[in-house]
Write a new protein. Structure first.
Length: 315
């Protein structure tokens, strides 16, 4: 419903009439002093037969100005932010094997990292309502983005990820441990880690299965994504660029999460859609209403009328 923020300004509406009636006439017979251009406008209008119109236009300009000062506004609802009460940490492998171009998109070969950037960024953008963090890991693990509701910032960080900034080995355990360290201080109702790797854990002193057991004790689910055309169990001796799908499966099973096997870009898209269903973001958000201000419209019209009167004075 429309209302005025400061209706007391309407007391000023009769001010010009009071001034005309009460103030003594100035020398020369004029009751009020006014800028020369505006006064000339009145004289010009009078000479051209518009003597009656100009006072009414001036009165209308004054009335519009008073309306603007009173602050017309409407209380309008705004779309509520969906709040899930979930902390979601996305841990992405940036080891050297992510440069392999054994994925395809739109008919051309792309690297594993590029596939993750394309699909992972869109997944992050769909997490509105979650508090999302981003962890990159190679030989070491670090937070690329702390827990935040700004999912767009997380998505952009995924899109600009580069291989080599965290070393070229694979340290799954430290990535999970870093996520759990922050989650230990969180009071979120649900805590989830999504761990994506295309290699074998070959760095760090901690066993991924041990970290997964700790996650289970903390009530943190770890969903794992084993990315790569070939798994360690089916690879030939010494073959490089294979993923330890068995370890990733064990991590998810120990923590109560799900595991996914990704061999193609289509598989990766399907995984993000499955995770959307597993960790749905639909939830009632915080309702809110804000004031929508409309003072600028009467103020703008008053300005136009005043400029018109001044322009007539120049003619």
């Amino acid at each position: 419903m429309a209302e005025f923020a400061q209706p007391c300004w309407f007391l000023l509406l009769p001010l010009p009439l009071l001034a005309w009636a009460l103030l003594p006439a100035a020398a020369g017979g004029a009751a009020l002093r006014m800028p020369e251009r505006v006064a000339a406008g009145f004289e010009q209008a009078g000479a051209g037969g518009g003597r009656r119109a100009v006072p009414w236009l001036a009165a209308l300009a004054w009335a519009l100005l008073v309306v603007a000062l009173a602050g017309p506004r409407v209380l309008a609802p705004v779309s509520a932010l969906r709040i899930t009460g979930r902390d979601l940490a996305i841990a992405i492998d940036l080891s050297g094997s992510m440069v392999r171009e054994d994925f395809a998109l739109d008919g051309r070969a792309i690297s594993r990292l590029e596939a993750v950037q394309r699909v992972g960024a869109e997944f992050a953008r769909r997490r509105a309502g979650d508090r999302v963090a981003l962890i990159f890991f190679g030989s070491d693990a670090y937070y690329a983005a702390p827990f935040t509701f700004d999912t767009e910032a997380v998505a952009r960080r995924i899109e600009t990820a580069e291989i080599g900034i965290s070393g070229r080995a694979t340290n799954m355990a430290d990535a999970m441990g870093l996520a759990l360290k922050r989650m230990a201080r969180s009071d979120a109702a649900t805590k989830v880690v999504i761990l994506l790797s295309d290699g074998v854990n070959n760095a760090g002193a901690t066993n991924p299965r041990g970290v997964a057991s700790l996650a289970a004790e903390m009530g943190v689910r770890v969903h794992t994504i084993a990315m790569g055309p070939r798994a360690l169990a089916e690879a030939e001796a010494g073959e490089r660029g294979v993923v330890d799908a068995a370890t990733l499966r064990a991590v998810s099973e120990l923590s109560g999460g799900e595991t996914f096997r990704v061999r193609t870009t289509d598989d990766l898209v399907a995984v993000t859609e499955a995770l959307d269903r597993l960790e749905a973001t639909e939830s009632d958000g915080l309702s809110a209403e804000v004031w929508r201000e409309f003072w600028v419209w009467p103020a703008g019209l008053a300005l136009v009328l005043c400029l018109g009167l001044a322009w007539r004075g120049q003619g």
